[in-house]
Design a protein around this ligand. Structure first.
Ligand SMILES: Cc1cc2nc3c(=O)[nH]c(=O)nc-3n(C[C@H](O)[C@H](O)[C@H](O)COP(=O)(O)O)c2cc1C
Length: 361
């Protein structure tokens, strides 16, 4: 299968964690779109590892556009973004000792030992850097149309962020944050929790909550190409994502229809709903309310506590004592990746609805 997603705006992702470079080709962008490259770098910087709560592999993540961009604008031909790998420590990896919950075993089976296992190879979270760069371009195009995307860390273990409140102000605040938690106390408690897990040679997971504002009603398709189906395909492409729910999600099970239904109201000449339990989507199509979904990111598989595993070559059970550098939590870095893939998906859907010229009108 090709490592490509999208219909109108396609992105093809390539690279390995310890290879020379990683990157993405974006195809389908209209010619003449002005791009702010500083804003792309700013998104990449948010994903970069910082402090004790992230891996000690510190990559600069400076990006180069090698084609499809000229005189400050897109040319309309495929746009290639490249990011060099500079901080590899390849000796830390013994691929035959399969890391529990990572893709070491499945990669062996699928690629029969030909895979570049160094640093997790193609399955490394590192490959999400070019996704973030591509997503930042999509985000810029959407923002010019008033469509805004923001994600906060909703929960880590028993620590909860506050709910979204003033939506525009919250999204603005989140866009400036490295560790995207709206409540200051919850923010410092989560950071302490990650540090404590790291000190115990362990890792933790978290729930991200994403809001998309000003998606015009009518975007999306029924059944197979619903907004939920499309977004889920993008979101589940992000390594370590193990669940996605829209609106009230799995909590629908606790409510009667009379409580769960979103009553329709008039707001001036606009049809709106009183509540937004369906997360802005009905029948796969945007209803004009904010699109709301949550993504759960599992705890980092690579932990430094001894773990039961199998030696693939010897076919013997053994204990894995990991070396190397790993994130004690992924979710705070994955949040920018979630924003990126959301933007790429939404741009694709908007171009499906309005055509390519919409991107620069
Ligand atoms: C931003 C980001 C950083 C990640 N960092 C690590 C890491 O340091 N160590 C690790 O074992 N997994 C890390 N992962 C997760 C693995 O890539 C992922 O769990 C693995 O490929 C298996 O895929 P799955 O969890 O989707 O099944 C990271 C993922 C993301 C999105």
């Amino acid at each position: 299968m090709k490592s490509t997603i999208g219909k109108n705006i396609t992105i093809s992702l390539y690279g390995e964690s310890h290879g020379e470079s990683i990157g993405v080709v974006i195809d389908g962008l209209e010619a003449g779109i002005k791009l702010n490259l500083d804003a792309v770098q700013a998104q990449l910087d948010k994903r970069r590892a910082k402090g004790k709560i992230s891996t000690q592999r510190h990559e600069e993540d400076l990006f180069h556009i090698t084609s499809g961009f000229f005189n400050g604008c897109t040319t309309g031909t495929p746009l290639h973004i490249q990011i060099m790998n500079k901080e590899q420590h390849s000796r830390d990896y013994t691929p035959q000792l399969l890391r529990p919950s990572h893709a070491d075993y499945t990669a062996y089976v699928k690629y029969h030992g030909c895979q570049d296992y160094r640093g997790g190879g193609h399955f490394s979270g590192r490959i999400t850097a070019p996704l973030v760069a591509a997503g930042a371009i999509a985000q810029q195009i959407l923002e010019k149309k008033g469509i805004l995307i923001g994600t906060h860390i909703k929960q880590c273990m028993d620590i909860h962020d506050r709910e979204f409140d003033d939506l525009n102000a919250d999204l603005k605040a989140l866009s400036a944050m490295d560790f995207a938690v709206l409540d200051n106390d919850a923010q410092s408690a989560m950071i302490k929790l990650i540090e404590a897990a790291a000190a115990q040679k362990d890792s933790v997971g978290g729930i991200l909550e994403t809001m998309i504002l000003n998606v015009p009603a009518g975007i999306g398709e029924p059944y197979f190409h619903s907004i939920e189906s499309n977004l889920s395909a993008y979101l589940f492409s992000v390594p370590a994502v193990k669940g996605v729910e829209f609106g009230m999600g799995f909590d629908f099970v606790n409510h009667y229809g009379s409580e769960a239904n979103d009553a329709w109201l008039m707001s001036g000449d606009k049809i709106v709903s009183k509540t937004n339990n369906n997360g802005g989507i009905n029948g796969g199509i945007a209803n004009g309310m904010p699109i709301l979904f949550r993504t759960v990111i599992k705890p980092t598989p690579s932990i430094f506590k001894p773990q039961q595993t199998v030696d693939y070559n010897e076919k013997k059970e053994t204990i894995l004592e990991l070396k190397g550098r790993h994130d004690p939590a992924i979710f705070h870095r994955a949040r920018v990746v979630v924003d990126a893939v959301t933007a790429l998906c939404l741009l694709d859907l908007c171009v499906e609805a309005y055509g390519g010229k919409w991107m620069r009108d």
